[in-house]
Design a protein around this ligand. Structure first.
Ligand code: NIG
Ligand code: FE
Length: 419
């Protein structure tokens, strides 16, 4: 048992109180539950009290001397940020492709010529468990320095059992050894391996008959994701993979309508996915179906930015009632970043979200997108002591002063991990 941590007197303490049972939608996304001069008492890794500083000061007066006091005067305090979509565990980097894209090559052209996801797959296959662990551990350190306390991590740079397993085992070990919580998603259906180019259905069979059952048996993942995209997996194939995952206890997620409209959003609603991610080209019908079913739309503004594409219409999604979350999509091809705060700025400028909505999208709604809203995503009693402190006095300023890391302090499970 460590010391209690007493975060005191924030200029704005964003609680997002009362949002744990269902993701926030429409105007609800702007209700941040702000306390001025707010404080939080965290003990045994758990939030014990949240409120006005004078109230908490009185309540814990006799114990303050034994606590680690973090002075948040003049600062912004939020729930620890949650990144609900990353490809965290991979080897190598692809800056040469970045150069090719700047000269006009497209993401899909590079991938179809054997680069892209295939290039990272080659590197990831060759890396040992320890090498992959080390690279990914360092990436997690960077996430922490940007205020993120939980990340989802997908496999998918193997597309055969051994390498998929290695990635998922690395993610599991990272979850155990790094302060950040890592939530695992199996994404064997990330691309069609070259050997199956002419008979992709055989690869789908391999996934559903052999690999998904093994992932489930070894409890290596909670979620199951598919890249449903023209030239990758069709909606029919994606449906087979996601429905099979459900039978094996894996909750469905989907990379939907990223590059071309392909009825991915519709499919997400049909299979009862917890989230549909990307959605740059999602149809109106698909978005309405998502809103109706409460499927979280995970938006990845960094991907559109980095691929020089037009962003998803986040404004329209919020107005339709889709619960919107934000993520980096951290990966070596389409979004090599760990900065969720930069994604928040991009979501304001490129997707029409408001500064209040992006806070919700990067905290409680992101927690809903990975099934963790009962324990993280808001500052409330009995939730995990995951708290991010920014060196700005209000949440609007956080989006306004862009391109700078405003992190002051990060507290994870009630321990100060960045100072
Ligand atoms: O979310 N679209 C598929 N997967 C990733 C990119 C992975 C990569 O290029 O390595 C994405 O954009
Ligand atoms: Fe992705």
């Amino acid at each position: 048992m460590g010391k209690a941590v007493f975060i005191r007197n924030a200029a704005q303490l964003i609680t997002l109180k009362g949002s744990s049972t269902a993701p926030l939608v429409k105007e609800g996304m702007s209700e941040l539950g702000i306390i001025k001069n707010g404080s939080v008492w965290v003990e045994d890794g758990i939030i014990q009290a949240v409120g006005k500083d004078e109230v908490l000061f009185e309540k814990f007066a006799v114990r303050i001397e034994q606590a680690e006091v973090v002075d948040a005067t003049g600062k912004l305090v939020t729930p620890g940020l949650v990144d609900p979509h990353t490809h965290l565990v991979f080897a190598g980097s692809r800056e040469t492709e970045f150069n090719m894209r700047l000269k006009g090559a497209t993401y899909m052209e590079i991938m179809n010529a054997g680069g892209g996801i295939h290039a990272t797959t080659k590197r990831t296959k060759l890396a040992t468990h320890d090498e992959l662990f080390q690279e990914s551990f360092e990436r997690l350190n960077q996430f922490l320095l940007h205020g993120v306390t939980t990340v989802e991590a997908k496999s998918g740079y193997g597309m055969e059992w051994e390498t998929e397993r290695k990635q998922l085992e690395v993610a599991k070990q990272l979850n155990e050894l790094h302060p950040i919580d890592v939530v695992s998603t199996f994404m064997g259906a990330h691309a069609v391996p070259k050997e199956y180019k002419d008979n992709p259905d055989d690869f789908v069979k391999l996934l559903v008959k052999e690999i998904i059952p093994k992932v489930s048996e070894l409890r290596l993942a909670e979620f199951n994701d598919v890249f449903c995209e023209k030239g990758v997996f069709t909606p029919e194939q994606a449906r087979t993979i996601l429905e099979t995952g459900k039978v094996y206890g894996l909750t469905a997620k989907i990379h939907a309508d990223e590059i071309e409209p392909f009825e991915g959003a519709e499919l997400a609603a049909k299979v009862g996915a917890i989230s549909a991610d990307h959605l740059l080209k999602a149809s109106e019908k698909g978005l309405r179906a998502m809103a109706e079913k409460g499927v979280v739309g995970v938006l990845l503004p960094g991907t559109a930015y980095f691929l020089m594409a037009e962003s998803a219409n986040g404004r329209h999604m919020v107005d339709l009632g889709v619960p919107v979350a934000l993520s980096t999509d951290c990966n070596p091809g389409s979004s090599p970043t760990v900065s969720l705060p930069f994604m928040m700025n991009l979501a304001c400028l490129k997707m029409g979200l408001t500064p209040a909505e992006v806070i919700t999208a990067a905290t409680i709604n992101a927690a809903h997108a990975i099934g963790r809203a009962s324990i993280i995503g808001s500052l409330e009693e009995r939730k995990k002591g995951d708290v991010t402190i920014f060196n700005v006095e209000n949440y609007m300023k956080l989006q306004y002063l862009y391109g700078v890391n405003h992190i002051d302090t990060v507290i994870k499970n009630g321990r100060v991990v960045v100072k």
